[in-house]
Ligand binder design. Structure first.
Ligand code: SF4
Length: 341
């Protein structure tokens, strides 16, 4: 890719680039508004710019390096986009509607080095980090589909976002700063598999971003069976970092817990999990496993209900994630994995 992407430029850089092109500063502001306030999907959308200027800009900068390769819509309205990157790699993003609100689930890496055994995204390891403009590019691809910016963003797609900390945070700044997309910080959730150094950095960053930790087990022995790779921190360290995050950022942390049949779905696991949640003041989000062709199975509805009830009886705030988009390769990384096959 030999052209720069327009979203790589800050507002100030855009103004000086336009100045070099002998254009007045208000032209830069017009372009800026089209990108960040008017949801443009290409140079051609910028109708108050002359054709010559649009042509000049498109010769100098790419609007977005990402192309939509495939879109799959589920019966429940969830839409998954398979996106092609400039180097031929693929990522996914998901558009999740609920009542009048829309949430985007965004990826942060191509592949994932963590290798949770139940997850299609980690099956072939990490290919590379996404650049800031690629994270923004997938966001823009979703905006082009819904015609506006979403209400919420969860960084729960492909990848361990905190291993791509710098680019992820640059993207978060683009998404939240008033002069760019101006989304509320509290509308953004960063998910981590429990990468402790990244959690501590995020705590130091000190913004009220939501943090979700994919714990999936109440003890290290079971966790090791689910995440056998090297990027796995002891639960005690993860929860210590979660406490620091809560204190510094003033946000209650959520523990994500994928329920896997006969692995982590026993009453003893539920009790141990409720102790962790109470001790560290966290919420729990239970995610009954969505089959991705791995060795794991989904627990029965009765087991899921019992697990949830044990947490409720212990006064833990718990939600059970409704299955979304499961009729159309809904689980994380499945569309990309199918494409690669
Ligand atoms: S669940 Fe998340 S952290 Fe684990 S392999 Fe998949 S993408 Fe990576």
């Amino acid at each position: 890719m030999n052209k720069q992407i327009i979203t790589e430029l800050s507002h100030e850089e855009l103004i000086s680039a336009l100045k070099e092109m002998k254009q007045p500063a208000f032209r830069a502001n017009q372009i800026h508004d089209w990108i960040y306030k008017k949801n443009a999907a290409s140079w051609d959308d910028m109708t108050n710019l002359s054709k010559e200027l649009r042509q000049q800009c498109s010769e100098k900068w790419l609007f977005n390096s990402i192309q939509m390769a495939k879109s799959v819509k589920s019966d429940d309205g969830t839409e998954k986009l398979l996106l092609k990157l400039h180097d031929g790699e693929f990522i996914e993003m998901v558009i999740i509607p609920a009542d009048t609100r829309i949430t985007f689930c965004l990826s942060t890496q191509v592949g994932c080095p963590v290798g949770c055994l139940f997850c299609a995204s980690g099956r072939n390891g990490l290919v590379r980090n996404l650049a800031m403009h690629e994270i923004i590019g997938e966001f823009q691809a979703g905006c082009a589909v819904i015609g506006r910016i979403p209400d919420n963003i969860v960084f729960m797609g492909i990848g361990e976002g905190l291993l791509n900390y710098e680019n992820l945070m640059k993207a978060v700044e683009r998404l939240t700063e008033e002069k760019y997309f101006a989304m509320g910080v509290r509308r953004i959730t960063i998910s981590t598999s429990g990468f402790v150094p990244g959690m501590l950095k995020l705590a130091d960053y000190g913004k009220e971003l939501n943090l979700a930790i994919s714990l999936h087990a109440p003890n290290d022995e079971i966790r090791q069976k689910i995440i056998p790779g090297k990027i796995r921190y002891p639960i005690s360290e993860i929860m210590e970092a979660a406490d620091i995050y809560r204190e510094k950022c003033n946000r209650m942390v959520t523990l994500e817990y994928t329920l896997l049949k006969d692995i982590n779905d026993s009453a003893a696991c539920a009790k141990a999990l409720s102790r962790i949640a109470r001790e560290h003041h966290t919420k729990i989000n239970l995610i009954p496993y969505n089959d991705t062709g791995s060795e794991f199975k989904r627990p029965s509805t009765k087991t899921i209900n019992t697990f949830e009830q044990i947490l409720r009886n212990a006064d833990v705030a718990v939600s059970v994630r409704r299955e979304r988009g499961s009729d159309q390769a809904g689980a994380c990384g499945q569309l990309r994995a199918e494409h690669m096959n």
